[in-house]
Design a protein around this ligand. Structure first.
Ligand SMILES: [Zn+2]
Length: 375
């Protein structure tokens, strides 16, 4: 992972690389950020930079011997720790991150911005609660107390220390009395769940969320998604790059078109047309149906915010604003709020095996009744 692959994080990258260049790397740090903000990716780029023997332009070179290893996440002196579950026939108490390294590297290769749920879905066949256990902590102590294999430095990257629970106490000595050239990077989404004793001994590095502009650029460069579409996704994702990637993978469908046709068939109140529209929704898979409803909720809440505050500072694309302007002729804030609540109910129920066809039909009639002029 290079810093240059993490769009929009130039300031934080500069801060971190400057520290390394001046020989001032804090012994223990917590990278704190909400999900999808790129904290893990930043730690990976940082570890590669620390280990690189030929640092250039504020990034690791990618070609020196350490880089060949760090960029594949196989450097023997860069250790990983993360929440895991029971695997195969092995007892949970003897299972550690090392048992999952192959999967871990494959997941990082696929998406270094992955969320904890992506990770848990990938490893959790038994549906048990993931955590970082006592054996893992003991192994970490052992690894970091050994002599480094290839480098003169050792790094531990621990993703989600909030899953340590009280086992975190086992690491206190390590964090308190560092061995030479050993650097610990904890990556957390929730500092309230980390033991205070650990928190107080680590330097806090806050990783800011991605801006909509960063996400648009990422989607454009990585997936060649056009700017209007990319902005629509970025607005929905609200700073979470992982969510933006997930939406872009799901969104072959133009949801704004489906919203407009929904209102049209609801307004016209023709059962044949309503059923045609429902068939279109039924042809989407479950994730797409959810994305469609989430999009609807986003659109109408922005529509309302705009109408109430008379501001143009909304998370809508130019195309959506045009739709909103046309819609404002028939739909006021009150009607839009009714639609929001209908969509909200649908979203809550869609995971509970409701009969979608019946629910959509009833909801479409209800929306029609709400938006047609009262006789
Ligand atoms: Zn290098």
């Amino acid at each position: 992972m290079y810093f240059k692959e993490i769009i929009g994080k130039d300031t934080i990258a500069e801060q971190l690389t400057n520290g390394v260049d001046r020989g001032r790397i804090p012994h223990a740090q917590i990278f704190l950020s909400k999900e999808g903000n790129g904290a893990l990716a930043t730690a990976l780029a940082y570890a590669a930079y620390i280990m690189c023997e030929n640092k250039t332009d504020g990034d690791s070179c990618g070609t020196c011997q350490p880089c060949k290893l760090t960029h594949k996440w196989i450097h023997p002196d860069v250790h990983f720790s993360f929440p895991v579950v029971r695997q195969g026939d092995k007892k949970r108490e003897s299972t550690t991150s090392d048992d999952f390294l192959v999967k871990w590297r494959a997941m990082l290769e696929q998406n270094p911005f992955m969320s904890k749920n992506d990770w848990f879905d990938a490893i959790n066949e038994h549906n048990s609660a993931p955590n970082i256990n006592a054996k893992e902590c003991n192994d970490i102590m052992h690894k970091l107390n050994m002599k480094a294999y290839q480098s003169d430095k050792k790094i531990l990257i621990m993703w989600l220390p909030e899953y340590l629970g009280n086992e975190g106490n086992r690491l206190l000595k390590l964090i308190e009395e560092p061995t030479d050239n050993t650097f610990i990077i904890l990556i957390s989404e929730n500092q309230d769940l980390i033991l205070q004793t650990i928190l107080s001994r680590c330097q806090l590095v806050k990783i800011p969320p991605f801006t909509s502009k960063d996400i648009v650029r990422y989607l454009h460069e990585k997936s060649n998604i056009q700017s209007d579409k990319a902005l629509q996704i970025a607005n929905l994702a609200d700073g979470n790059l992982n969510l933006a990637i997930a939406i872009s993978n799901n969104q072959a469908v133009d949801y704004s078109h489906l919203i407009i046709s929904w209102l049209r068939v609801a307004y016209m109140n023709n059962p044949i047309e309503i059923n045609q529209w429902i068939r279109e929704i039924e042809s989407l898979d479950k994730e797409e149906q959810k994305s469609f409803l989430e999009y609807g909720l986003h659109f109408f809440s922005q529509f309302n915010f705009r109408a109430l505050t008379k501001t143009e500072k909304v998370n809508l694309t130019a195309n959506e604003i045009e739709v909103a302007n046309n819609m404002a002729k028939v739909i006021d804030v009150e009607k839009s709020a009714i639609i929001c609540s209908i969509i909200n109910d649908l979203l809550e129920n869609i995971g509970r095996n409701i009969n979608l066809k019946i629910a959509l039909f009833a909801d479409t009639l209800q929306i029609g009744k709400a938006i047609r002029p009262q006789a």
